[in-house]
Design a binder for this molecule. Structure first.
Ligand code: PLP
Length: 392
């Protein structure tokens, strides 16, 4: 496929390798291993002299198809798929870093990423300094001689803070470190971190890439040398958190509708965000597509639309927030996001419930805060479902 095609076209036509049956929809190769024609071929495959599949922990045709499709969308030279978003982050760190190395990470990261950096990597003498997602100077000041990795998510969860990718890429470059961006919220349809200067992109394919909440999966994308020679692929094929062929097939098919879904998620989210902003019982709305967002200009420059996540604070704290949650009839009460179905969560008592009140206050996770991942239902129905629990 030529790169001249638009993303929605590439998402349908990249990574197709038809079998002898000439199927139209991509085949799914559920096999753990592959057969060789001869002892000589087996030897050639194992030595790397001949390319081809050996064992599905290394490579699998369905997984390869999904990797090719996602790579072309992100504008990446290479992609390696993983069993989940977390194993993509783990593969990145294990592939690139060693004991004694230092990470600088945004304070506003997915909870399990914070735990991985804080509780697990620290046991292997990899230390992380957490800094503000938006204060560039904090990143610059945190650089040390052993800093190897800068890690961020933008927009952040749940407050939709925007990190300036080109500015942080410049800091990483100067420090001889890699900038890794978790592009889960935007997907390549809305934001392409590699074009903005990032070295690697991480995905939890569990979210928008699948798009219907069916499977777990992840991916690391970037330059071929960093992924293939840099140790990330080698870590995956040796340690084993690779993507299953079944999950790869689901995600491959999910990518076909990614553009149309992201456009609809964004349009619905903007409509709901604007409506929320006009409600007297809503104290504040956090959505990068609103002109009231403190980083509206940066978001407009860096991402195509505001995306599908809307966070808002109701007046009246936890009681008022729970009232909204408990009065929904259609929106699912679950912490997941990126599904075709809308979901709602109260961060202070769920995703951010285990951190101290002090840390929550510092992070701006107030008791009245609610996060909705806007789905593909009619925006009118989403608004009506929220209105039921909002105080007049
Ligand atoms: C869900 C999520 C992850 C982790 O992905 P899993 O597929 O659940 O392992 C990482 N980053 C972000 C931003 C996420 O939302």
């Amino acid at each position: 496929m030529s790169d001249d095609f638009e993303p929605e076209t590439l998402a349908l036509h990249t990574g197709i390798h038809r079998s002898q049956f000439n199927e139209h929809s991509e085949a799914m190769y559920l096999t753990s291993s592959f057969v060789f024609e001869s002892a000589a071929q087996a030897a050639a495959r194992f030595s790397g002299e001949e390319s081809g599949n050996i064992y599905s922990r290394f490579t699998n045709p369905t997984v390869t198809a999904m990797q090719e499709r996602l790579a072309v969308l992100e504008g990446a030279e290479a992609c390696v798929a993983t069993s989940s978003g977390m194993s993509a982050i783990l593969a990145c760190v294990m592939g690139l870093l060693s004991a004694g190395d230092h990470i600088i990470a945004s304070r506003s990261l997915f909870g399990a990423t914070v735990s991985l950096f804080t509780n697990i990597l620290s046991r292997f003498n990899i230390e992380t300094t957490f800094v503000s997602a938006t204060e560039i100077n904090q990143w610059r000041s945190a650089i040390k001689a052993n800093t190897k990795l800068l890690f961020l998510e933008t927009p952040s969860n749940p407050l939709t803070e925007i990190s300036d990718i080109p500015a942080l890429a410049a800091i990483a470059k100067q420090a001889n470190a890699w900038l890794v961006v978790d592009n889960c919220f935007c997907t390549p349809i809305l934001q392409k971190p590699l074009e903005l200067g990032a070295d690697l992109v991480i995905h939890s394919a569990t979210k928008y890439l699948d798009g219907q909440g069916r499977v777990l999966g992840g991916a690391v994308l970037g330059k071929r040398d960093l992924l293939m020679d840099g140790g990330i692929f080698s870590f995956l094929r040796t340690a084993g958190p690779t993507l299953s062929a079944f999950n790869a097939w689901i995600i491959l098919k999910g990518l076909e509708t990614l553009k149309i879904r992201m456009d609809a998620h964004s349009a619905h989210a903007l409509e709901v965000a604007r409506w929320l902003e006009a409600q007297p019982s809503v104290a504040r709305v956090f959505y990068p597509g609103l002109t009231s967002h403190p980083q509206y200009e940066l978001a407009k420059h860096q991402q195509k639309t505001g995306g599908g996540i809307v966070t808002f604070e109701v007046k009246g704290g936890k009681e008022a927030a729970w009232r909204v949650v408990d009065n929904t009839r259609m929106i699912s009460i679950t912490a997941n996001l990126g599904d075709a179905k809308s979901t709602i969560t109260h961060p202070a008592t769920t995703t951010h419930g285990r951190i101290s009140q002090e840390a929550r206050d510092a992070a701006g996770i107030s008791d009245g805060l609610l996060r909705i991942a806007i789905g593909l239902e009619s925006p009118q129905d989403i608004k009506a479902d929220l209105a039921r629990g909002l105080l007049p």
